[in-house]
Design a protein around this ligand. Structure first.
Ligand code: AMP
Length: 191
């Protein structure tokens, strides 16, 4: 398991993480793991985690760090052998990054590279609302979109510097077509 190549996809809501992840998965044979998808499944099945997460997600806030990391680790422990995975949407706070680095948490998750898909701030709400029309997510309304963006800048954005300091950060220009963004990601990963 130690030779795994694990990638984190980092970026604002609407930056294209969920679009790029399946493409990376297919090309590099990595498993796609989305904590947002996990929470949505928990909500659909009305599990205890789902009942806790529903209101939080609908308000555009973040679920508690320990609940998120325990859910992620429970999933990883059932995954078995694989070349590695793409973590889409986790970590989302410095505390989660610390936990994944094994700081005050006994189930570290190794991270090889962090791909930060950078988009312009004005583009974020535009893209979330476009997705709302396409997918009908309940956390994509204008008010919630605003809250999710605020949470992103307050809690998730500091991860860029965190991983830069660890020498793991790859910055990708997200203000391009889907294919161009993917090509840049591949170029960086193939280096
Ligand atoms: P996403 O599909 O990644 O945009 O996630 C949808 C929602 O799930 C987020 O707005 C959060 O409420 C919750 N969520 C997903 N991943 C995390 C995480 N790593 N930490 C806390 N909350 C999360």
């Amino acid at each position: 398991m130690n030779n795994q190549f694990n990638i984190v996809l980092l970026g604002a809501p609407g930056s294209g993480k969920g679009t790029q992840a399946p493409k990376i998965m297919e090309k590099y044979g990595l498993f796609h793991i989305s904590t947002g998808d996990m929470f949505r499944k928990e909500i659909a099945s009305q599990s205890p985690i789902g009942l806790k997460a529903k209101g939080i997600i609908e308000r555009g806030e973040l679920c508690p760090d320990d609940v998120t990391l325990d859910m992620l680790n429970s999933f990883l422990s059932k995954l078995g052998e694989c070349k590695g995975y793409i973590l889409d949407g986790v970590p989302r706070t410095i505390e989660q990054a610390h936990m994944m680095d094994g700081i005050n948490y006994d189930k570290p998750v190794s991270i090889s590279k962090v791909i930060y898909i950078k988009i312009e701030e004005e583009e974020i709400i535009k893209r979330i609302l476009k997705r709302a029309a396409e997918l009908g997510r309940t956390d994509d309304t204008p008010e919630v979109a605003k809250n999710r963006t605020a949470q992103y800048f307050k809690l998730t954005h500091p991860l860029i510097e965190y991983y830069q300091k660890q020498g793991k950060l790859i910055e990708i220009n997200g203000m391009q077509t889907i294919d161009e963004v993917f090509a840049d990601i591949c170029k960086a990963l193939d280096k």
